[in-house]
Design a protein. Structure first.
Length: 294
């Protein structure tokens, strides 16, 4: 005999929700089967295959479009000289690109290099950025885990995106096996400036609260990127021999204090067979502002 709770969930799954904009239109309780079924449909429609490279994904979406890059300043001046600096790559691909950041000195340096950048705190409203919009794409790369007001990005997207525009958020994946295992062991290795991690259902909820929709969600590929060319292979081999190759390293906080390595990949049967999902280091979310129908 099937449990009545199971039958209730099955009825909610079979029911339609066309024209519904929020789970609260279906139920008062966020744990109600109708509310959960509605959220499950949103996530099912948003899931995408793993993305090989988050930077390339952003560049492709920014190409030829009007872009706002939130948190555009690199951590130090030297990074702004790198061809891998995300804002530099976005600005080169976009039709127009405006950067905004709260770091005055960094913004001043960017403008001295010829970039279009504004010093402003978006938690205080759109301010001078509003005069530059609307934007087709808003980029928030590796930012949301640092800011106490996570809803700032969604308010900015609501107010600054053109109809059909996209907010692209990249952030550490809380489900990555190495991160889960390190958390279970109590290892301290994450960036100490990280506050919270975003997960898909929470991103969908934040989007809906501001009239937006989570339209895509994927992680980066867990596959290891091998060095290319003779020089790349030789450089990688030298780093391994010297012990200077990058590894995730932290400290144990349970038992005796000691230095620990955080495994780059866990041994999962699903990873070997291709069934495992969402195990890459980074989650990539695309939040869309719906087009207004005439």
């Amino acid at each position: 005999m099937r449990h009545s709770r199971t039958r209730e969930f099955e009825r909610a799954l079979a029911a339609g929700d066309e024209g519904v904009a929020r789970w609260s239109d279906l139920a008062d309780d966020p744990n109600d089967p109708a509310a959960l079924a509605y959220r499950a449909r949103t996530l099912r429609a948003a899931w995408r295959d793993a993305i090989p490279d988050r930077g390339e994904f952003i560049i492709d979406r920014a190409r030829g479009r009007r872009v706002l890059d939130i948190g555009c300043v690199a951590h130090d001046v030297e990074r702004m000289k790198s061809p891998l600096w995300l804002h530099g790559r976005v600005a080169a691909a976009a039709a127009t690109c405006v950067g905004v950041d709260v770091l005055d000195e960094g913004v001043a340096h960017m403008t001295s290099l010829g970039y279009d950048a504004i010093s402003h705190d978006l938690t205080q409203g759109t301010g001078p950025v509003a005069d530059r919009g609307p934007f087709d794409v808003i980029v928030a790369g590796e930012l949301i885990e640092h800011v106490p007001a996570m809803d700032m990005l969604f308010r900015a997207a609501r107010d600054l995106l053109a109809d059909g525009g996209e907010l692209i958020v990249t952030t550490p994946n809380p489900w990555a096996p190495h991160r889960v295992r390190a958390g279970q062991r109590g290892d301290c290795w994450e960036n100490t400036d990280h506050i919270l991690f975003a997960f898909p259902s929470g991103m969908a909820e934040l989007a809906e609260r501001y009239g937006l929709v989570l339209s895509e969600a994927a992680t980066t590929s867990p596959r290891r990127v091998l060095p290319s060319g003779f020089r790349g292979v030789a450089r990688s081999a030298r780093r391994r021999l010297r012990g200077t190759a990058w590894v995730r390293t932290g400290y144990a906080t349970m038992g005796d204090g000691r230095v620990v390595d955080v495994p780059g990949r866990m041994r999962l049967s699903g990873a070997r067979t291709g069934r495992a999902r969402f195990i890459g280091e980074t989650f990539v979310y695309v939040v869309r502002r719906p087009e207004v129908r005439a």
